[in-house]
Design a protein around this ligand. Sequence first.
Ligand SMILES: N[C@@H](CCC(=O)N[C@@H](CS)C(=O)NCC(=O)O)C(=O)O
Length: 289
Amino acid sequence: MPDYTPPEVWTWTKPSGGRFANINRPIAGPMHQKELPVGRHPLQLYSQGTPNGVKVTIMLEELLALGHSGAEYDAWLIRIGQGDQFGSGFVAINPNSKIPALVDRSGPNPIRVFESGAILVYLAEKFGKFLPTELGARAECLSWLFWQMGSAPYLGGGFGHFYAYAPSKIEYAIDRYAMEAKRQLDVLDRQLAGSEYVAGPTYTIADMAIWPWFGGLAKGWLYGAAEFLQVKDYKNVQRWADLIHERPAVRRGRMVNRTSGEPSSQLHERHDAGDFETKTQDKLADAAN
Ligand SMILES: N[C@@H](CCC(=O)N[C@@H](CS)C(=O)NCC(=O)O)C(=O)O
């Protein structure tokens, strides 16, 4: 590896290279003027079907499956690869310019919520579901939720970035983050050895936050790394990943704002429960022909 001596002061002189380099920049704030669309439902979600986005669509679909009509939502697609997260309307609801972001328009004043973990807690508290109220069980659930929020940057921004997206393969970086990704898988595997769901005997927002990342990794959906990390060895994670994947609301949640994979699995925007039957990309293509 060629040596690099950092200069006295770092300056942004060239794109960093690698996938997503076009959306990386060292400054925040809006980059262009663009208002956000608003649909007819109480909740407006602005997102894309990445692991962080899917956490929220799973939660909304689970709430709807329980009959909470107040959880009806419009899901608008924010194409992060095209820089939609830097539009003025989006930055107004998430100054951090990252999906997902939610606006609750059910009350007299719209409430914005950003950060996927905060959105899960907000919805759990609003509807009184999927976050235990007993102090100990609540602490366990929130501990695992925050574990996920703290772990994902190492898995995605560390391992995923250097293994799959960086412009060159750097052994030091891949070793460092593969070690951490496997350590995190082992943490989860040990927890799931004695617990049906992550935070205990019931399904909670901790499962919804952790599954899109570590369930996805276990099922071989992330970074083409299933073999490299030997994910099949984490037997309890595998059991749990399948258990969550079987849930109909999880299957629907995975489809919303999804822009890759089979056209029949991609529902770019969701404005009605019936859209899963009629508005997936394969159906829209058929209708256009
Ligand atoms: N901690 C944030 C992370 C959100 C995040 O990293 N979102 C990514 C997609 S998964 C994003 O919007 N990236 C666009 C960008 O970085 O410009 C959360 O959990 O909501």
